[in-house]
Ligand binder design. Structure first.
Ligand SMILES: [Zn+2]
Length: 304
């Protein structure tokens, strides 16, 4: 019965990034919160997939602009992070992303980022793998030292050319002279109205196209190249952790349930239960900065 219900969750991954609220059959068994039992499963896992979301960025003090209370000027993210908003007013959207880039450049990896990176390095010496599949668009997993990171929603620190499509890592501060000192978030701050030729431009030879942040805007589909890699990871992992994500943004919300549908243990670490908690084997409630380092610490059975 359990497996049958879980099999019903095997939805395709290639869905656009919209919210889906359709329910599926649910099971009544509650997930366990037995850490020593989880640790025993962890000690035997060979391929671990760790899915991270906004709660992990929040551990480093990065605002995620997900809720009504997290406005930039008078707008929420959904008003600005769209292809339509960017084509209508690229200056305003660039001000918003410039503000977010500068904030992130100022932040440091948290105990969660460090625990994940240390776990990857330690397990690698034992012939075991860790992959991070993240919805976060900051660079903190890499800064902490994680090597194998799949960023499903793109990166604040990358640009993409609207003309030639070139994607480039760009950590300049400010990203261009015209954005220097711009992007203040206060309610009454006026738009900088930067001319489009003074916004970040492509540096490829003979291109000079307008650059945009290489992030997935609302209403856009996810990068199929990244999704193919994610799909492979969720097919081969033998343990999955879902950390600091509310599991409501699709398709990432289905990654954990997809793993669970194969009968593989999935552990959720979050401040509260989520719409997907009931599908998982373990649920550890509380700040992931407290729970995750304990979960991923060296196990007594690990070979040296
Ligand atoms: Zn270009």
């Amino acid at each position: 019965m359990l497996l049958k219900n879980r099999a019903m969750l095997s939805l395709g991954l290639r869905m656009c990034s919209t919210h889906v609220t359709t329910g599926t059959a649910v099971e009544s068994a509650k997930p366990s919160s037995d850490m020593s039992e989880f640790r025993s499963v962890f000690s035997k896992a060979k391929h671990i997939a760790i899915i991270t979301g906004a709660g992990v960025s929040a551990e480093s003090g990065v605002p995620t602009f997900r809720g009504e209370h997290e406005k930039w000027r008078k707008w929420v993210s959904q008003d600005l992070a769209t292809p339509e908003a960017f084509s209508r007013n690229p200056s305003r959207v660039w001000e918003f992303y410039h503000y977010r880039r500068e904030l992130v450049l100022d932040k440091k990896p948290s105990a969660v980022h460090v625990a994940i990176a240390e776990c990857e390095a330690r397990l690698k010496k034992q012939g075991r793998t860790v992959v991070v599949i993240t919805q976060c668009i900051d660079d903190l997993h890499r800064q902490a030292g994680s090597k194998h990171v799949l960023k499903v929603h793109g990166s604040l620190m990358e640009t993409r050319c609207m003309s030639c499509g070139q994607v480039t890592v760009n950590k300049r501060s400010p990203i261009c002279a015209a954005l220097k000192g711009k992007g203040a978030p206060g309610l009454n701050v006026a738009d900088a109205q930067i001319p489009v030729d003074k916004l970040p431009r492509c540096e490829e030879r003979d291109c000079h196209g307008l650059l945009r942040p290489n992030v997935v805007f609302f209403g856009e589909t996810l990068d199929s190249h990244i999704l193919t890699k994610v799909e492979k990871e969720i097919e081969i992992c033998d343990l999955c952790l879902v950390v600091g994500t509310s599991s409501i943004v699709y398709p990432a919300a289905m990654f954990g349930p997809r793993v669970a549908s194969r009968g593989v243990p999935v552990a959720e670490f979050n401040m509260s239960t989520t719409p997907k908690t009931e599908y998982f084997t373990y649920h550890f409630q509380g700040p992931c900065g407290t729970t995750l380092p304990l979960a991923l610490a060296q196990h007594e059975s690990e070979a040296f």
